[in-house]
Design a protein around this ligand. Structure first.
Ligand code: SF4
Ligand code: F3S
Length: 109
């Protein structure tokens, strides 16, 4: 069981989720974070903390593709364990649909 970060995180990257995760299983890319599905203990604490509502549980519709993407990118990106300042334009990107096109790694095989 795991939670996953969706494209709603892209260019928002508030990192409130990182501050509450008890097992430090978030990984950081340039414009978003992902959860390592093998390390997530499915506690659900991070989901309500995200201002962009970017985190979903594996029971959500369409969750399997996000869990697969999170797992692939978590293997490539460094671990993040502390909250950071969000990008200055984070609020402007909150709620914008279809942001996956801004994530070059998502387009790779
Ligand atoms: Fe961390 Fe819990 Fe969120 Fe999984 S569900 S990423 S263990 S806070
Ligand atoms: Fe992203 Fe939400 Fe965390 S915007 S960095 S998943 S708090």
């Amino acid at each position: 069981m795991a939670f996953a970060v969706t494209e709603a995180c892209i260019r928002c990257k508030y990192t409130d989720c990182v501050a509450v995760c008890p097992v430090d299983c978030f990984y950081e890319g340039e414009t978003m974070l992902v959860i390592n599905p093998d390390e997530c203990i499915d506690c659900g604490v991070c989901e309500p903390e995200c201002p962009a509502e970017a985190i979903i549980s594996e029971t959500a519709e369409d969750a399997s593709r996000w869990i697969a993407l999170n797992g692939r990118l978590a293997a490539q990106w460094p671990n993040i364990t502390d909250k950071r300042d969000a990008p200055p334009d984070a609020d402007a990107w909150k709620g914008v649909p279809d942001k996956l096109k801004f994530l070059p790694e998502a387009l790779e095989a």
